[in-house]
Each structure stands twice: as C-alpha cells, then as structure tokens.
Ligand binder design. Structure first.
Ligand SMILES: NC(=O)c1ccc[n+]([C@@H]2O[C@H](COP(=O)([O-])OP(=O)(O)OC[C@H]3O[C@@H](n4cnc5c(N)ncnc54)[C@H](O)[C@@H]3O)[C@@H](O)[C@H]2O)c1
Length: 245
C-alpha cells in the first residue's frame, strides 16, 4: 500500500529543489499535492507536468511571509481537496554575506522568510489540524541550524530557530495528534546553491559529494507518513556526515 494514499499534502517551496522532489515522491505514494511558491512560472509548469502523469496537483502562488496569502493557501486547499493531512513547510532563501556589512533589511528579509514564514505556515496548518483529527508538519531547517558557518549569520540564526520552533510546537500539540518534525539537510544540489560554490561544498562534505533532492524527499516521506508515528519534536539530519565532524 502506498504510504500517503489519499492524503493531501501542502508543500511550500514546491516549485523547485527539495520541495519539487518531495512532491514527485508524495504523488508516487498516493498523495494529492498543493504546490505553494512565489515562482509562478515554475509552479505552473510543475503543476502541468504532474497532471500529465495523472497526479492530482494544484499550484498556488503565495508568499509565506504574508498572513493573508498563507491563510488563502489553506482555504483553497480545503475547497479543492476537502482536507489537509501533511504540510511540508520548506520554502526558504539563503545568501552568503559578511555580517559586518550586512544591511539590516537583508537580515530582516532572511529571518522573515526562513523563520517567520515557517511559523505562519505552521500556525495555519495547526489551526486546520485542530479542526480535524490532527496532522503532520515537516519543517525544513538545515544542518546550519546545528552548527555555525562564516557569512551566513541570518540564515543560520533562522534555521536554529526553526529547530527549536519545531520542538516547542510539537510539545504544545502532541496530545492533539499533531506531529511536528524537521529536516536538516546538508549541501544539496538545488538551484539555491550557486554553481561556482559547488566544488568547495563537495570537498567540505565527508562523503565528497552534494546530496540529491530525492535523498531529502525520502527523509521527508518518512517523517510525513505512519512509519514515523511515534516521532515528534525531532529532526533528521541528512548531510553526508558534515555535522559528525
Ligand atoms: N540546498 C541546500 O543545500 C539546502 C541545505 C539546507 C537547507 N536547505 C533548505 O531547503 C529548503 C528548500 O531549498 P532548496 O534547496 O530546494 O532551494 P530552491 O531555491 O530550489 O527552492 C526554494 C523554493 O522556495 C521558494 N520561496 C522562496 N521564498 C519564498 C516565499 N517567501 N514564499 C514562497 N516561496 C518561496 C522559491 O521560489 C523556491 O522555489 C529551504 O528552506 C532551504 O533553506 C537547502
């Protein structure tokens, strides 16, 4: 039996990288997917691609930092598919920049998307799950939520925040049948990583390669289905050994 048969999954950052790979795997496992992204062109093209494969998919253009747009995502999901079971809270941004000349506006923008946006999506998901019989959230943090690195202070602070947000929300709603965990990827070969950085990131990784988005999707699937039914408030770090160093 497919692991997400008849489940409805909302995936933010669903038009690209880890989110898109997860949507592909979720569809194979029987889910209907709602792809949420700022990138309308990629989102529409990916929705069409999934529908061609007879999957049930819906793209919604939304910014996860907007309370109204996030609320609308869940409203449209319920209107279209009748319910929501799984939320992969994954959209994020990141850029390397030295901290002493980082504009405050850029700090705010990074924390706004990578932490505040994750909260807004989780809050709306929990509101729906409380009306239903629970649900599952997987937040995307990062291995840089565990360890530091030069030039990514805002990103790393936000991702560390996502890890403890995950624990705190999980404890708050554990008795309501809402499970909340986080994925902590290492360096993964997606459009967020500039081409010119790839070689250096490979050599910094003990396994001497970048991770693949499909490898993240498998970890997300585990945390999204009943295989992880006794797991909440925790993390899966999938990083080719980086944080073992
Ligand atoms: N690739 C890596 O090495 C890596 C490592 C650790 C963590 N992550 C995290 O994984 C997640 C997915 O990243 P990815 O690697 O697939 O990159 P990606 O750039 O391929 O995908 C991110 C998607 O999020 C969307 N997005 C950005 N801001 C948004 C917003 N405000 N509202 C809605 N959508 C928005 C983008 O349009 C994009 O499609 C991010 O949270 C990222 O921080 C990635």
């Amino acid at each position: 039996m497919a692991k997400l048969q008849n489940k409805v999954a909302v995936i933010t950052g669903g038009a690209s990288g880890i989110g898109a790979a997860t949507a592909r795997l979720f569809v194979k496992e029987g889910a209907k997917v709602v792809l949420v992204d700022l990138n309308e062109e990629k989102g529409n093209a990916f929705e069409a691609e999934l529908k061609e494969q007879n999957a049930e998919a819906l793209f919604i253009k939304a910014n996860i930092t907007s309370e109204e747009e996030v609320a609308n995502v869940f409203k449209q999901t319920i209107e279209t598919f009748g319910k929501v079971d799984v939320v992969f809270n994954n959209a994020g941004i990141g850029r390397v920049h030295s901290s002493h000349d980082l504009e405050y506006s850029e700090w705010r923008n990074t924390v706004n998307v990578d932490l505040d946006g994750v909260f807004l999506v989780a809050r709306e998901a929990i509101r729906e799950f409380l009306k239903a019989d629970g649900g599952v959230i997987v937040n995307t943090a990062s291995m840089y939520g565990w360890v530091g690195s030069p030039g990514s202070a805002a990103y790393n602070a936000a991702k560390g925040g996502v890890i403890n947000l995950t624990r705190s929300l999980a404890l708050e709603y554990a008795e309501q049948n809402i499970r909340i965990n986080a994925l902590c990827p290492g360096f993964i070969d997606t459009p967020i990583i500039p081409e010119e950085s790839k070689e250096a990131l490979r050599s910094m990784t003990p396994m001497k390669r970048l991770g693949k988005d499909e490898e993240m999707a498998k970890a997300v699937l585990f945390m999204s289905c009943d295989d992880s039914s006794f797991m909440t408030g925790n993390t899966l770090t999938v990083d080719g050994g980086y944080t073992a160093q």
